[in-house]
Structure formats: structure tokens, C-alpha cells
Design a protein around this ligand. Structure first.
Ligand code: FSX
Ligand code: SF4
Ligand code: F3S
Length: 367
């Protein structure tokens, strides 16, 4: 007999575990996490209570969770957590919704996970984002005070995102600036963030009752530990010096590297190139759009789309003398990257082609 769940009647327990297993594998997490998380969540009382707030944003983060099928990340997440409050998904509204929030906070004080979408405007005492007459500042402070942990979902909640671009008219900041001191939190930047990474964090919490290892920007290493550029399907074209130079030109139509169209993949940490979006088949660069660095608060809307990304230091060959390696520092600019490529190329007889093309062509175009 097929065992079915109440929340997602079309998803059998077997398919549920299978889907979790596929995702843990894709994320590079231990396979046993899938079965253990499913086992833990089979008792509804074990599911972590979640309160999910929205502030200044486009709701794309929730949309990304809801998109995709077979099964959607939303179906999987709803099977793992006890979702107490989510303004985009709940039927309640107005005072009824406000009461639900207060009840959930009281019932699960010190135990709930708070998911935050959107930035918080600080300017003019926060008047630019009010819900039920209360500012986002006050709501965030109130709800985060008794949370067990916080997940900042999207670049807006992480560091201000779109609302903080340009002159930042509302004084938008990310949630970390207002969270109570010492509260454990993790950030899943992206615009939108990849919903499978949220699922990975929730599974990790269910398994280990703690947050996964993070980088200096509080992003989980399993998802943000590598650069887009490292696993990009166009990387062979970058290495060979084949670039699209205009949208729609022959290089663009042939799937060449988008570096010269402003791609920020060489300085953007995320796993989009590995797990992609929706059915796991689409992502910006795959669709011909340069990466805009949506997981990096200091890249997205801070760097012009048409400046060349800094190319992280290529892995140096052991043939390169140690003295030259020391000169390069942690990161090389595009031209330094070319220099390193040329050194490696000379040493191993391979990199010189892309090095010379990369160094000459941007200069030619700027004449
Ligand atoms: Fe920001 Fe998310 Fe971009 Fe939009 O909630 S990260 S604008 S996809 O909606 O916050
Ligand atoms: Fe891919 Fe962009 Fe790197 Fe080119 S520059 S290989 S398109 S990430
Ligand atoms: Fe964002 Fe770049 Fe991935 S724009 S979705 S980090 S490819």
C-alpha cells in the first residue's frame, strides 16, 4: 500500500525520500541526511516550527521556492517543517494573521526558525516599510528576539539587495544589522536564492540540530564554497579565449564565454552552475545572460554590468617559481589573471592562447 502524506497528497513517502536523496547528492551533502531528515520529520511534533517574514522585496524568493515541480522545493520543505506563518502562502490576513503570528511566537518561543525575506529600510525611522502599522524594524526586532535561529533568504535580507542599490533612498540594510547579538543566523543570498539550498539547510538542521559550516559572509559552504566560474559550462571557451562580444553575435549564439558581456562568474560564489533552477535545467549563464553576481552584496548593483570581473587567481602550477606565486596575493585583477595565465601557459604550454586573447581584446574594444 502506498503511504501518502497529508500535506502533499500526490507525493508518496518513497518519492519524498528519493527526492531528498537526489537533492542531498546534488548539494554534496551526505546521502544519509535524506533518510534521517525524512525519519525525523515523519513525527509532526519533531518538525521545526518556522515563522517566515517578508519586508522590502519582490517576493521572488518565495516564488522560486514555489516554482519547479516533481516535487517542488515547497512540497519538500512543507513536509519537513511546521510552517506557522508565511504571509504569501497563508489564507489568513489582517488582524487574524497578526494574531497567528503572536500565538506562534508564544507557543514556540526560543524554538522557532525565523526565515526573513527582503531588506529593512532604516531611513526616516523606517516609514518606508510598514505592516499593520508597525515598521519592519520593530517587527524584525520583536520576532527575532525569541527565535532559535534565523535564515536570511535572498540578497535583500542578507545585505540590502535591490532596494539598497544606487543612492539607497530608503536606507535599506540586511537583517543581520538588526538581529539580536549572539543569535545564530545563516544567509542564503541570491536574487532569488536557489530554493534547494534552503532545503539543504533545513535538512541539515533536522539532522544535526545546528547550522552548517559557513564562510565569512555567513553563507553555507556546501552551497557557496566555489565560484560560478569554476564549474561553468562555458569555462572551456574562457580558457580557449572564445568570447561573445555582443548579445546575439555569433559567439553568443555559439555559447561562448560571457566574460566580455560583463559576466561576474569569476568573482561570484554560488552553486547555480551545478544545481541550476526550476527543474534543474535553467540558470542565467545557460540562458545566455551574464552572471550579475546576485549572491555577492559587494558585486550586485555595486559593480557596473559592463566592467570586467576580477578573475580569481588561477590555480598555480607547481612549475611556477614560489617567488612569483607570492607576488600575486589572494586575488588577481583581470590583467593579473592574464599574467598568471601566461606564466602557466609558458610553463605547461597550454594557457598562453586564452591569456593573449583575454589581454588584447578588451583593450582593442576600448579604443
Ligand atoms: Fe530580494 Fe526576495 Fe531578489 Fe526578490 O524576497 S533577493 S528582490 S528575488 O524577492 O528579496
Ligand atoms: Fe562562465 Fe562567466 Fe566564467 Fe565565462 S566568465 S566561464 S560565462 S562564469
Ligand atoms: Fe545569480 Fe549569477 Fe547564479 S546572477 S543566479 S549567482 S549565475
Amino acid at each position: 500500500m502506498v503511504e501518502r502524506s497529508l500535506l502533499t497528497p500526490n507525493l508518496s513517502r518513497r518519492d519524498f525520500v528519493k527526492a531528498l536523496g537526489t537533492i542531498t547528492t546534488a548539494l554534496g551533502l551526505p546521502m544519509t541526511m535524506a533518510t534521517d531528515a525524512a525519519e525525523a520529520a515523519s513525527n509532526v511534533d519533531n518538525r521545526p516550527p518556522v515563522i517566515w517574514l517578508h519586508f522590502q522585496e519582490c517576493t521572488g524568493c518565495t516564488e522560486a521556492v514555489l516554482k519547479a515541480t516533481h516535487p517542488s522545493p515547497a512540497e519538500l520543505i512543507l513536509e519537513l517543517v511546521n510552517l506557522c506563518y508565511q504571509e504569501s502562502l497563508m489564507a489568513d490576513f489582517g488582524h487574524g494573521a497578526e494574531e497567528l503570528l503572536e500565538k506562534a511566537m508564544k507557543k514556540y518561543a526560543g524554538k522557532y526558525i525565523l526565515i526573513i525575506e527582503g531588506s529593512i529600510p532604516l531611513k526616516d525611522n523606517g516609514v518606508y516599510c510598514k505592516i499593520g502599522g508597525k515598521t519592519a524594524i520593530d517587527i524584525l526586532k520583536h520576532v527575532s528576539a525569541s527565535a532559535a535561529a534565523v535564515i536570511n533568504l535572498g540578497i535583500c535580507a542578507t545585505s540590502g539587495g535591490i532596494a539598497s542599490a544606487g543612492s539607497n533612498p530608503t536606507g535599506a540594510v540586511g537583517a543581520p544589522e538588526l538581529l539580536p547579538e549572539g543569535i545564530p543566523y545563516i544567509s542564503l543570498p541570491g536574487c532569488p536564492p536557489n530554493p534547494y539550498n534552503l532545503l539543504g539547510v533545513i535538512m541539515y538542521l533536522l539532522n544535526f540540530n545546528k547550522l552548517p559550516d559557513m564562510d565569512s559572509k555567513k553563507r553555507p559552504l556546501f552551497a557557496y564554497g566555489t565560484l560560478i566560474h569554476e564549474y561553468c559550462e562555458r569555462r572551456a571557451h574562457f580558457d580557449a579565449g572564445r568570447f561573445a562580444k555582443e548579445f546575439g553575435d555569433e559567439g553568443h549564439r555559439n555559447g561562448f564565454c560571457l566574460y566580455k558581456l560583463g559576466c561576474k562568474g569569476p568573482e561570484t560564489h554560488a552553486n547555480c552552475s551545478a544545481i541550476k533552477f526550476n527543474e534543474g535545467i535553467v540558470w542565467p549563464i545557460g540562458n545566455g545572460n551574464p552572471c550579475i553576481g546576485c549572491t555577492e552584496g559587494d558585486v550586485l548593483f555595486k559593480e557596473s554590468l559592463f566592467t570586467y570581473a576580477k578573475v580569481a587567481q588561477p590555480r598555480l602550477s607547481s612549475n611556477v617559481p614560489p617567488a612569483q606565486q607570492e607576488d600575486l596575493g589572494d586575488r588577481a585583477t583581470a590583467s593579473q589573471g592574464v599574467l598568471v595565465g601566461a606564466i602557466i601557459g609558458a610553463a605547461v604550454g597550454a594557457g598562453a592562447v586564452y591569456a593573449s586573447k583575454l589581454s588584447k581584446e578588451p583593450e582593442d574594444e576600448n579604443k
